[in-house]
Design a protein around this ligand. Structure first.
Ligand code: HEC
Ligand code: HEC
Length: 151
């Protein structure tokens, strides 16, 4: 019996704890992840973090926040394409001042600006949009489509 276990150990790296000496591979950056790795990362890291962020703004998200909240139908068909047509569209930049005269829109926009946008950029480890210095950076329009709201 003893001999068999020793023989087995020759093939099982975990025996004798030698695997502990293996260096841990560096975590894969979001930009280098496969679609499958991104799914796992979203599930393990993004969803719990963003659920807490949204729930601090409105407690209902504690129970309602899912992949669909951000990905809409893309979470059902497996494409996760962003921006999602099911996230409420935002008005164009020119129309934005008019849009935020509605206090409800203003409250949401403030929350997005202060919490959701910077935290999401941080989670993905991507640089944020800046009108002057980084016009192609991560912005509201990575999650929201933009549509004219003016009649
Ligand atoms: C708070 C919003 C939010 C939630 C919740 C969320 N995601 Fe995402 N997801 C994003 C954003 C933003 C991106 C990156 C979009 C981009 O690159 O412009 C993304 C990207 C992805 C991608 C990569 C898509 C691609 O084309 O490479 C996958 C896969 C994904 N999400 C799966 C999920 C799954 C599964 C869940 C639920 C467990 C989830 N997401 C929850 C915001 C979210
Ligand atoms: C990570 C994805 C993400 C980013 C980035 C993001 N949003 Fe959002 N936003 C959402 C989601 C998801 C909702 C809708 C939640 C729901 O339907 O319950 C939302 C809702 C809103 C609403 C409320 C709309 C309505 O009609 O109820 C406004 C306004 C808004 N966002 C503005 C912004 C602005 C401005 C920015 C950029 C500063 C931004 N968002 C960035 C995901 C995002």
């Amino acid at each position: 019996m003893k001999r068999i276990s020793v023989a087995l150990c020759l093939f099982v790296a975990a025996c004798g704890g030698e695997a502990d000496d293996e260096p841990t591979p560096p975590p894969v950056a979001y930009k280098d992840m496969t679609l499958q790795q991104r799914e796992v990362f979203m599930n393990d890291v993004v969803l719990p973090k963003m659920r807490a962020t949204f729930a601090a703004f409105d407690a209902k998200y504690e129970s309602t926040m899912t992949c669909q909240t951000c990905h809409g139908n893309g979470a059902n068909d497996g494409t996760y394409a962003m921006p999602s047509p099911q996230v409420p569209p935002l008005p164009t930049e020119e129309e934005f001042p008019e849009y935020v005269k509605d206090p409800e829109n203003a409250k949401w926009a403030q929350f997005m600006m202060d919490d959701v946008w910077p935290q999401m950029a941080d989670l993905l480890d991507v640089p944020m949009y800046d009108h002057m210095t980084n016009p192609t950076g991560f912005s509201c329009s990575n999650c929201h489509t933009i549509a004219s709201i003016m009649p």
